[in-house]
Design a protein around this ligand. Structure first.
Ligand SMILES: Cc1cc2nc3c(=O)[nH]c(=O)nc-3n(C[C@H](O)[C@H](O)[C@H](O)COP(=O)(O)O)c2cc1C
Ligand SMILES: Nc1ncnc2c1ncn2[C@@H]1O[C@H](COP(=O)(O)OP(=O)(O)OP(=O)(O)O)[C@@H](O)[C@H]1O
Length: 308
């Protein structure tokens, strides 16, 4: 899969493709349905399938402090899109210039001049352009004038409710990982590289791998039962996602994972942490002794659930 960052990096060889546009945060089952339509049209026309995404996502640009948590950061999103058979991703910086483009200018500059789109696949509720003025009817009309076809994919629902990134955030917030798995078509996980921590964990009997969380605002908070696949073996453990209010920290959210019956060195490795169950909220304890006792209880609870 090829990643093109910004319109200015598009070359004449990129012209001629089938495309879809959106945030695709989480690459959930609704997104996967669109991507499957994209693959079908790509095969029919013998043209590459291209996904246009934005970084930051529009709401992160408009309201950085009030934007919803990210389900997938760029790297995770790209690897999930690749796994869905996408040939090319055009990642556009969402900035003032982009936000000011009218729907008409967006079609002209991105779809026609940039990508030479022959078929566009969108969801039935898709809106774009300055003030979200471009909708399906607008796209169909543009297509007729510029020579591309447009198709609106049917809504994918679960229990009569539309699957969306927003719904996933809510379901994850409620700790319903079984439902999250149905909406995603895979278990929810967070991937990242293991960084050096403060080395305090081992002194309180809980050595942890500190997984780099590039998200300021993760979709989960608290203590969870988790697993990690390492060299083909499933390791079981517990994780805490939070600001660690008991110890002096940097005020940012951290993801720390303790794996049971494991003593290897994980520094520098990429882990994909799969979440299975929420055990409790993160708390501020008055002493390290109390924190240590709580962590010990978390370990016991998770081990019991895992049958270890
Ligand atoms: C299972 C588990 C539960 C945790 N719960 C809390 C908590 O409720 N409150 C808190 O302040 N920190 C909590 N922590 C984070 C610890 O404060 C942290 O692991 C410890 O400070 C070690 O940090 P270090 O690995 O950077 O040295 C938890 C960690 C684990 C592994
Ligand atoms: N459940 C679904 N069924 C069909 N199409 C969908 C579904 N969810 C999203 N899409 C389509 O996938 C494309 C990308 O969607 P996008 O990520 O922007 O929205 P979303 O998942 O609904 O997120 P949000 O909850 O933030 O609105 C859009 O064309 C959208 O209409």
């Amino acid at each position: 899969m090829e990643l093109v960052r910004g319109l200015h990096n598009l070359r004449p060889r990129h012209r001629g493709c089938v495309a879809t546009i959106g945030n695709f945060d989480g690459v959930h089952a609704g997104h996967q349905a669109i991507l499957s339509r994209l693959r079908a049209h790509s095969a029919r026309l013998g043209l590459p399938g291209c996904v246009v995404i934005f970084e930051p996502q529009p709401r992160e640009y408009f309201a950085p402090d009030a934007a919803p948590p990210r389900l997938t950061r760029l790297r995770e999103k790209l690897s999930l899109l690749q796994a869905q058979g996408v040939d090319r991703v055009l990642c556009l910086a969402f900035n003032r210039r982009l936000r000011e483009l009218s729907a008409e200018q967006f079609v002209q500059q991105v779809l026609i001049d940039g990508l030479g789109v022959k078929h566009l696949e969108v969801g039935d509720d898709f809106r774009f352009g300055c003030d979200r003025s471009g909708d399906f009817a607008f796209l169909q009309n543009s297509g007729e004038r510029h020579g591309f076809t447009v198709e609106a994919a049917n809504t994918v629902a679960e229990s009569d409710e539309r699957i969306s990134s927003t719904r996933l955030r809510q379901v994850l917030g409620e700790g319903d990982f079984a439902l999250a798995e149905r909406l995603l078509g895979r278990p929810f996980s967070i991937a990242g590289r293991v960084l050096y921590g403060q080395q305090l964990g081992r002194t309180i009997g809980a050595p942890t791998a500190n997984v780099q969380l590039k998200r300021v605002n993760p979709p989960l908070h608290g203590v969870y039962r988790v697993s990690v696949e390492l060299d083909g073996v499933q390791l079981k453990g517990v994780a805490n996602i939070g600001k660690r209010p008991t110890v002096k920290g940097d005020g940012k959210a951290h993801l720390e994972v303790h794996l049971f019956d494991f003593a290897g060195d994980l520094y520098g490795r990429r882990l994909d942490v799969v979440f299975h169950e929420k055990l409790r909220d993160e708390q501020r304890f008055d002493s390290l002794d109390e924190l240590q006792a709580a962590i010990k209880a978390d370990f016991a609870a998770a081990r019991a659930q895992w049958g270890l």
